[in-house]
Design a protein around this ligand. Structure first.
Ligand SMILES: *Cc1c(COP(=O)(O)O)cnc(C)c1O
Length: 229
């Protein structure tokens, strides 16, 4: 089932790339595996997937030792500062930085581990009260503040668009995020790149790809509905 689902998602990514005149290689599929058992991750791994997304540090720590070492873990959920130390060294990209305080902690812990941590800035594009993330208006200011930290490197932006039955209704948010990345990129801030755009989930990833996503995060479309206990 998982293999077939991945093939179907893959097919849809390819068609969206064709429509947008984009190279498939410029879109990274992240398999979102929160709440899912290690056996399911292994199936996705055996089907060729290497990028996996989780929203809890504990879950990465628990699953990582049980899976091959070349698997790339993405931290896509809200991150508490007291969990950062555990996370550093286990993730290739933190998608959810939305405050200077969190960035400072990441920078400190990364330096302690002898690395520079790549991160994305989470933008609350639709200004939803329930969501984390910095507002579009304050994004540049936040990035400027973070850019001076030695243990962290901003690589782009991330957003979680509103839940919707109609993916077209999120197109404007994705376009807005891309434009924000272009605008900030043009400021040529030291130590900041705007090359990555993490946007699009099961319900709207094709629209996100059409609007320039470099990383899409797909859970339900590959592993089925999540059951929270
Ligand atoms: C759970 C989650 C996803 C995946 O959502 P699906 O709709 O199941 O594809 C993507 N991004 C983030 C940040 C998530 O928390």
């Amino acid at each position: 089932m998982i293999r077939e689902n991945i093939a179907s998602v893959e097919e849809r990514i390819c068609r969206a790339c064709e429509r947008a005149g984009r190279d498939r290689k410029d879109v990274h599929l992240i398999c979102v595996t929160k709440t899912k058992p290690v056996e399911m991750l292994r199936e996705a791994y055996d089907a060729g997937q290497r990028d996996f997304g989780e929203n809890r540090v504990q879950e990465i720590c628990r699953k990582k030792p049980e899976l091959p070492g070349d698997l790339r873990w993405h931290m896509i959920g809200h991150l508490q500062r007291n969990k950062v130390r555990q996370l550093i060294g286990k993730t290739v990209l933190i998608h959810s930085v939305d405050s200077v305080r969190l960035a400072e902690t990441i920078s400190e812990e990364a330096l302690r581990a002898g690395i520079v941590m790549p991160v994305l800035i989470e933008v609350n594009a639709a200004a939803e009260e329930s969501k984390f993330g910095v507002s579009p208006e304050h994004t540049e200011e936040l990035i400027r503040a973070i850019s001076t930290l030695p243990g962290i490197r901003v690589e782009g932006l991330m957003t979680i668009a509103p839940y919707t039955e109609n993916p077209e209704s999120n197109r404007a948010y994705f376009a807005q995020l891309r434009q924000l990345a272009v605008d900030i990129g043009q400021k040529c801030i030291d130590n900041v790149s705007m090359g990555m755009l993490s946007m699009g989930m099961t319900g709207d990833f094709e629209v996100a790809v059409e609007e320039g996503a470099t990383h899409i995060r797909v859970g339900t479309g590959i592993f089925g509905e999540r059951i929270y206990t």
